[in-house]
Design a protein around this ligand. Structure first.
Ligand code: NAD
Length: 493
């Protein structure tokens, strides 16, 4: 067991972790378990139950029963539960950050400094919003007493990827709970630990049994039956664009509402009047944050030809100084990628990009870290070449970026908008009018100015085209999305 872990984390990991259904910890129906691997060392850190369709059925039926009483509470009563949960999460934030760093391999400084506190802020944001929300509106119609009434759906299903388990859980599940729904969650099979730890804390603060349920397991074994269950009233999926399309089509068969938050291939446009040091800081940060495994991060860097050489010199110096090490180590700035398979993918992209004619701006790739031989470490790499290169066009999901020089604003915009992804881009310039003009013309859910990866509650975050559909997260709309609308009308006279 890792010496850097708190006693709570050690205790949590010391026994096989069952599923959380109906407020109790139960083994999967099949008795199967799966090992959770530490990407920083390749060794086992925990054993968790591995679920199937029967487990999903139990979880959904349970959540459906719990819906009656949870939805009957007033928004203020539900908010009280959520605020109690937020307090509890806060009191255990260090343990949560350790578990997240250990499980994902992400740098503890980021988990502790951003992921966990920002996720907790989400709980308070939606608890507050639920109390002050509009649960209906009167319609001003001739000869009719008519109104719209908003009510929760019932059981909401959630399927998550492995890169930000805690924040994605909070961003998606909390608004649904605050709106009065009950939930069945399928975390990524690679990184289920903080999701299960949150269940333990939810249990401790007395969130009623059945309101939150978690079944861990593979996509087809758990995700598919969750979508197909007749009592699942809607699905929120975060993950790759390829799987997202399959999920949308399964939801379409029912049909039930389906919200998709998918992959991306973000661009950053750096003009020659930009604050270069800031652009370097932001973009080096973009591919080292969570080891580049961030859906919205900037991995296509479009640099004005007048500053290209200067930018490259500074950014390569910055990236070479990145401290790579085990996620849990507080000195680490960039951890490993999440798995052997992900390491293989990131390295295969490097090979394919070079084979297609790309040139290395910064040579990176597989590295080993002293004392952590089994870890899945990849040093940052930068390529340049044709925008037709595979590494310019496809999501690599690792510490890698592809640089292209540009001359004019319209040329840069054409490059930004040349892909089907539409999640997030950024523009760097001291000319704020130009920044706004360029930002507006970027075809995506989010455009950021002189920064990349900008998040706040109240700032909607979502994608379009291959990057998602259905509203996004972190805004009041996210909350209202978990309420169905019913019209009630009475003709007069
Ligand atoms: P993935 O699509 O492989 O898996 C996501 C989830 O779907 C996992 O829980 C998986 O078990 C499940 N799943 C897979 N096949 C399924 C099926 N047939 N039926 C039901 N469930 C199934 O994605 P990943 O590799 O875990 O995560 C990385 C991807 O997630 C990247 O593309 C990234 O950009 C994206 N992502 C997007 C956002 C966003 O907000 N837009 C946020 C984080 C990650």
């Amino acid at each position: 067991m890792n010496d850097l872990l708190s006693s709570q984390a050690k205790e949590f990991l010391s026994q096989p972790i069952p599923q959380f259904i109906n407020g109790t910890w139960i083994n999967s129906e099949s008795g199967k378990t799966t090992d959770v691997i530490d990407p920083s060392s390749g060794s086992k850190i925990a054993t968790v139950s591995s679920g199937n369709a029967q487990d999903v059925n139990l979880a959904v039926v349970t959540a459906d029963k719990a819906f009656k009483s949870w939805s009957a509470l007033s928004p203020a009563e539900r908010a009280q539960y959520l605020n109690r949960l937020a307090d509890k999460l806060e009191s255990e934030s260090e343990t949560l950050a350790q578990l997240e760093a250990l499980d994902v391999g992400k740098a503890f400084v980021n988990a502790d400094g951003f992921d966990i506190p920002f996720g907790i802020e989400c709980v308070r944001y939606y608890a507050d919003l639920a109390v002050n929300a509009d649960y209906g509106k009167t319609l001003d119609l001739k000869d009719m007493d008519a109104r719209v009434h908003r009510a929760p759906y019932g059981v909401c299903g959630f399927i998550f990827p492995w890169n930000f388990p805690f924040d994605l859980l909070m961003w998606n599940v909390i608004p649904a709970l605050a709106a009065g729904n009950t939930v069945v969650i399928k975390p990524a099979e690679l990184t289920p630990l903080t999701t299960l730890y949150v269940c333990k804390l939810a249990e401790e603060v007395g969130i009623p049994a059945g309101v939150i349920n978690v079944v861990v397991g593979a996509g087809r074994a758990v995700g598919t039956p969750l979508i197909e269950h007749p009592k699942t009233r809607r699905i929120s999926f975060t993950g790759s664009s390829g799987v997202g399309k399959q999920i949308a089509s399964m939801c379409g068969q029912r049909p039930i509402p389906c919200k998709l938050e998918l992959g991306g291939k973000g661009a950053a446009v750096v003009f020659d009047d930009a604050d270069i040091d800031n652009a370097v800081e932001q973009l080096a940060g973009a591919i080292t944050l969570n080891t580049g495994q961030v859906c919205c991060t900037a991995t296509r860097w479009l640099i004005h030809e007048n500053i290209y050489d200067q930018f490259v010199e500074k950014v390569t110096t910055k990236l070479k100084s990145t401290v790579i090490g085990p996620g849990i180590d507080p000195k680490t700035e960039m951890g490993p990628v999440v798995s052997q398979a992900q390491q293989d993918t990131v390295l295969e992209y490097l090979d394919k990009g070079l084979t297609e004619g790309a040139v290395e701006v910064l040579a990176g790739g597989k590295v080993s870290v002293d004392g952590h031989d089994g870890g899945y470490y990849v040093a940052p790499y930068l390529l340049t070449g044709s925008p037709n290169n595979i590494c310019f066009k496809e999501e690599i999901f690792g510490p890698a970026a592809f640089l292209v020089k540009f001359k004019t604003e319209s040329e840069a915009l054409d490059l930004v908008n040349s892909l089907e992804y539409g999640l997030a881009n950024s523009v760097f310039s001291r000319d704020i009018e130009r920044c706004n003009r360029v930002a507006e013309q970027m075809i995506a859910g989010n455009s950021w100015i002189n920064a990349h990866n900008v998040f706040a509650y109240g700032l909607p975050y979502g994608g379009i085209n291959m990057s998602g559909v259905g509203g996004g997260v972190n805004s009041p709309e996210t909350f209202y999305d978990y309420l169905r609308e019913l019209t009630i009308a009475r003709p007069l006279g």
